[in-house]
Ligand binder design. Structure first.
Ligand code: FMN
Length: 188
């Protein structure tokens, strides 16, 4: 059975990006996957200190002992990750950026943790489109980062919605999210 880890990067637990991620998760579940969801906001995730100890020969991961340790474990166990973020100031949320920086440790002690990993991205923004909202900046960052480490972005869903929950009215987007979930849990 495939395992999918959903990382929620908005402080709004039931906000638009979380709703999109939930729909991806529903698609993955219907395709037989098991889903674990982590709400990053409020967890103890310290910023990367740039000590590079995770990059030293024989290193066994990040030396910072906080809630990321459990997340590393879940990340390793999952076949696929769903990264959900609102656009904050023309980019991803700080919660997702904190998590992402700490993933540097994955580039050495667990070399295989990135390569071949399947990733879906879910984003929401208040602007009119992916360009004027700044969503493209985050999407481009994900593309660059995951191509660099050899992971595969299976698909991205994103749309405009300001108030919490407003994304639900975009039925085409919700359907696309569910389809992406099925694809994520599939073989290709
Ligand atoms: C601090 C902050 C910064 C924001 N910056 C942007 C932005 O740069 N571009 C944009 O289109 N929307 C911006 N928004 C609006 C959110 O992206 C929008 O409400 C989104 O749907 C929130 O997703 P969520 O419900 O998952 O939290 C911002 C909202 C907040 C609170």
């Amino acid at each position: 059975m495939k395992k999918v880890l959903v990382l929620l990067g908005s402080p709004r637990k039931k906000g638009n990006s979380a709703i999109l991620a939930e729909r991806i998760a529903r698609g993955a579940t219907s395709a037989g996957a098991k889903v674990e969801t982590v709400f990053l906001h409020g967890l103890d995730i310290k910023p990367c200190t740039g000590c590079y100890r995770c990059q030293k020969p024989g290193a066994r991961g990040c030396v910072i002992k906080d809630d990321m340790q459990a997340i590393y474990k879940s990340m390793k166990e999952a076949d696929a990750w769903v990264i959900a973020s609102p656009v904050y100031w023309f980019n991803m949320s700080a919660q997702i950026k904190l998590w992402m920086d700490r993933c540097l440790a994955f580039t050495t002690y667990a070399k295989d943790s990135f390569s071949g990993r399947r990733i879906a991205i879910a984003m929401s923004y208040g602007g009119d489109d992916p360009f004027d909202s700044g969503c493209v900046n985050a999407l481009r960052t994900f593309q660059d980062a995951y191509s660099y480490v050899g992971s595969k972005i299976v698909g991205m869903v994103y749309g405009s919605a300001m108030e919490s929950g407003a994304i639900r009215s975009n039925e085409a987007l919700m359907a696309a999210a569910e389809k992406l979930g099925k694809k994520l849990a599939g073989e290709e």
